[in-house]
Design a binder for this molecule. Sequence first.
Ligand code: NAP
Length: 544
Amino acid sequence: MANQTQQSPIVGKETSDDVEHFDAIVIGAGVTGLYALYRLRELGLSVMSLEHASGVGGTWFWSRYPGARFDSESYTYGYSFSEELLQEWDWKEHYSGQPENERYLNYVADKFDLRRDIRFNSHVTSAVYDEDRGVWTVNLEDGQPMTAQFFIPAVGSLSAGYIPDFEGIDSFKGDVCHTSRWPAKGMDLAGKRVGVIGTGASGVQLITEIAKVVGHLTVFQRTANYCAPLRNGSIDAETQKEIKASYPEIFRKCSETAGSFIHQFDPRSALEVSPEERLEQYETLWKESGFKKWLSNFHDVMLPGEANEDYAEFVRNKIRERVNDPVVAEMLVPKDHMFGSKRLPCESGYYEVYNQDNVLLVDVKNAPIERITPTGVKTSDKDYELDVVIFATGYDAVTGPLNLIHIEGEGGLTLKEKFAGGPKTYLGIATVGFPNMFTINAASVGNFVRSAEPLVEWVTETIRYVRDNGFTRIAATPEAEDEWTKHVNEDGAKILRSKADSWFVGANIPGKARALLNAPDPAPVMRAKRLEVAANGYTGFDLQ
Ligand code: NAP
């Protein structure tokens, strides 16, 4: 494919008649991809960022559904690498909404002149490792192939939207949409008969907003969720000043917690205090905003066991208090999974929606959806006539976005084949047979930006190390991969996050192997582990 190559004006970038070569190719211009581009460019590397969308933002570009917003405090979600950026940007709300979040990421892209190295509307179809030349060839649906020494699919954890394989979807005569691909021009739902399938964090946010405008809303719920009040509000000028003055403290606090959120657990056990004191703490925290009621609670609320169940019952009663019809209330009360075993959806009036006369909650666990008909949804016991069907049915998480690209490593092995029984990685970042590839979408969990930033820094530092020390190839060793995968599977099975049938373990996708998709370790442990690996000359990696 490549014939005569010539040195381009950009250091390290080479071109040929039909193939451009870069030091690194990053896929995705979301939060992680943008930062990877920035850092790699700072190293003096030639970098190409390929983005499917027409703009930056990743999930904050695509998930434009009404109600989409942060569940982490806005000022904990921004990049920390630039003091100037921190001081320039005013977060307007404590839990910022999608339009503002997209504006923020555009501001970052402009401020750091990132767009000149991003090719938008670029749909990557495959990435194939050439063992002889030690380069990755990246192919696009439209456009010439490119090659790079390093390949960084920063494709996001939650970017491959999942629509169940219901028969008849194409026959539906009205409008259909998935929350992760909400049209930029919006959807006209005013006065219409709208059906929403799914009541995870996306469904909960969406339902609350659209219930204000639709003619009639039918919510198809398979599993009730624990949801807690977000208590959002705007940030006044005084608070804005305080936030800007305390960024080092904010980020320090986040860096010390398991999920990189700002909230610290109460070190006491819920069971070591009296029932009165316990309840008082639950009530006090319940009045607070965001995840505080979850992550500042007694520490054992987040461990499988008695304390967890005690708090779960408190939350169930909070739900019961808000729904007028006791039958509907019981349908909304989760009883089949532990509190906190799924990410807690934060809401702003969700339960009150079910007190509206024009809202119907349908249990599709007992009477499953059988098919989509030309006029609506058919469950095993009834037909529901609808003008619009919205899928809030979640994502094929972590491995899903990687599997949308044909990623082929050494010996023709594809990543999809390799991960068919669950991910096999070293530290979630590298996998045997795929040299010079860093899967940075697989290693972050919790507050995504806080955990992604140090990860990107580690990867770019690793690339610097490889190049500065005269190596051309870095790959995980089979021993390190086996040991890490065993740790994720064995220790991961013990934690709360792996107890429910959720995207955390791939259980939301029929046929997907059940395996914890992110590391089970707290973020500080992961950071320390990565730094130790680097400090010891990249133990568990083979450098050539
Ligand atoms: P999700 O949590 O996976 O929820 C998907 C929903 O669709 C569930 O209620 C699920 O029911 C339902 N569903 C799936 N297949 C179905 C079927 N065949 N029939 C009926 N119902 C079906 O997805 P999500 O709501 O998009 O959230 C995913 C993650 O994205 C969250 O955990 C969070 O990390 C992130 N997120 C964050 C925010 C935020 O506040 N910042 C907002 C949205 C999303 P079952 O529970 O029975 O499987």
